[in-house]
Ligand binder design. Sequence first.
Ligand SMILES: [Zn+2]
Ligand SMILES: [Zn+2]
Length: 299
Amino acid sequence: MIGTTIILLIYLAIFIGIPVLIGVYVYRDAKDRGMNAALWTLIAMCAPALIGFIVYLIVRGSYSDMKCPQCKTAVTEHYISCPNCGTKLKATCSNCFTPVEAGWNVCPKCASPLQEHYDDVSAPIRKKDKTLGKILLAVILIPVLLIVVMVLSLSTFSATSGGTGVTSLPIDEYLQEVNQPQIEEWLDNSGENYDHAYALRHESTSGEQVMVQYLVYMPRLVENPQISIGTSSGLFGRTLRLDVADSKGDGGNTLMLITCTGDSAPKLKLYYDGTRVDSEITDVEYSLNLAATMVKIQE
Ligand SMILES: [Zn+2]
Ligand SMILES: [Zn+2]
C-alpha cells in the first residue's frame, strides 16, 4: 500500500527527523554561546513534546550570541573591548571612560561633551538565526502533512472496499431490453435542459453490502462519450464523481448506468468537462439493471 508507506515515512520524520534536526541545531547554537552543548542537545532531543527544546530557547537568552568582529571570540553587550584581541567594541567617554551609545551628546556620568563619531569602534556582530524559523516551520508543517496524508489515504481505503462500474449505452437499446414503462416516462419528462442532468437511483442491500444503481441522462451527451469515474470519502460520507468529457454534441441519445457496491451508499456528483452539473435524482423501487448486462457480468 502506497498510503501506508507514506504514513510510515512521516512517522519516521516526526519521531526521528525532527529530533535530529533540533539536536544538530541545539548542539551548534549551544557551542557558539559557550553553553554545555552535549547536555543541552540531550535535553532538547529526549524531553517529550519539544519541552526540552522550548526550555533551551528560554535559557539561551541569558547567554550571549554576539561575537568580536575581528577574532570571532564570544562577547557580551557589556564588554568595551574584546578580551582576546583588544578590538574596541563600544565607544567610551574620553574623560571618565564610561561606555556611551552613538547619538549621545553628553556623558551621563561626568557631563563632558561627547564626540559625534567614534571611528575606532567596531560593534560586535550578532549571530543571524534563520535556522530556528525553519525548524519551527518543520515542527508545525510535518504534523499537518501527516493529517492530510491520513485523510487522503483514508479515502483510498474506502474507495477500494467497494466496486464501481459504469456502462454507457444507447437509449433505444436500453429501453428495449429493460422493458420498464416508468423509465420511458421519466425520460419523456426529463426535458432538454443543457445544464441539467437527470438520474434514477435504486438502492438495495444484501448482508452488509449496499448496492446503488444510478441511471444517468445528460441531454447533451453524444454517443460513446468519454467517462471517468472516481469515489472519495470525506467527513460527509462517500461521494461518487462522474466526469463526462466530449466535444459539445447534441446527440441526446446516450444513457449511463452506474453500479456501485460498498459498505455505504455514495452520493452522486456529475461533471461535464470539469464543471458541476445540477442533477435531479429520483429514487425508484425497481432495478435499473439490464438483464443482458447482468448475465455478462456473471459469466
Ligand atoms: Zn577579538
Ligand atoms: Zn564621562
